[in-house]
Design a protein around this ligand. Sequence first.
Ligand code: 3PG
Ligand code: MG
Length: 393
Amino acid sequence: MKVLRMADQSLGGRRVMIRLDLNVPLKNGKVTSDTRILAALPTIRLALEQNAAVALLSHLGRPAEGEYDEQFSLRPVAIHLGELLETPVRLVTDWLDGIDIAPGEVVLCENVRFNVGEKANDEGLARQMAGLCDVFVMDAFGTAHRAQASTHGVARFAPIACAGPLLASELEALHKAMADPAPPVVAIVGGSKVSTKLKVLDSLSDSVDQLIVGGGIANTFIAAAGDGVGASLFEQDLIDDAKRLIAAADGGASIPLPEDVVVAPEVSESARSRVCPVADVGSDEMILDIGPNTAQRYAGLLAEAGTIVWNGPVGVFEIDQFGAGTERVARAVADSDAFSIAGGGDTLAALEKYGVKDEISYVSTGGGAFLEFLEGKTLPAVAVLEQRAADSE
Ligand code: 3PG
Ligand code: MG
């Protein structure tokens, strides 16, 4: 289904409200990673170049509704954004009753999640937001899996509701990787728990050729295959699901499991680690990374791939002695000729740590939204734009 595009709208002199995902990490009142802010700049510039009166919306964290809490204020984001745009960005705290914005000016509205009814997608709140604009632009891909007043409700009632360029390119890249991918398709799903990624594992197992699992998820698969995992994090109650996925390899993806691993008695910088065959993990040892032979084998699969989808590291890469596996995988993805797409906060941090972010075909700004797309779910904030486009035909 189609959506209206921001690029096709005339914005000059109009009140343009743009929902972004500026939910960025902060420390001591400063932005520590501005990936999401940088990704929003072309969208903001597109509106400003046309002399629109621009109001930006975003959430930050998960504050309690109806209470202002400085910890969740977008003020640091407004300051950082102003520096990047080289023009001050006014933070508007009380904005629901109306905002004065001059054409060619951009303001940032305070955290949408301070408003009562945001999470519940309250219709009254959504109508109030819609009344503040002539054109509503949804460009918060990272929050497109939430049906909330500022991502979904407002798009029902705004005079025009369209997709911004970031949302459009995210969807295009995901379609390229999932709908009509160049074979063979290799997916890497890491992270700590099978339970949070079971749906994505299920859906990828049906659609990809090789499914590489990493982190705590891999431990559950190793245990399902009959090897001991010592003191490692793993999920006993998901062993049957892991077995089912391994058995599904006939018709679906094959799941290559590690042959060697890096183990240590504790997760720390100073822990004494060793590499061992997966059959030799001691009862008091934890698996914290894949071993060099496994990393080499995975790199070989990635070198042959036509398409690569990556979410989640394969080890505790934040600690260098457990990072070699993730580094090898990151370099293999970067070096491959495949169309590669990566998403999720930890994956992004790994790409940044190993300096290969620019060598990935597409780095998504989404975490949960990226996963839900891979699960085959409809993103509600996209569905409402499709509905509006269909209604306008
Ligand atoms: C994220 O960072 O995951 C998105 O901004 C969505 O945030 P949420 O999970 O609090 O809805
Ligand atoms: Mg999240």
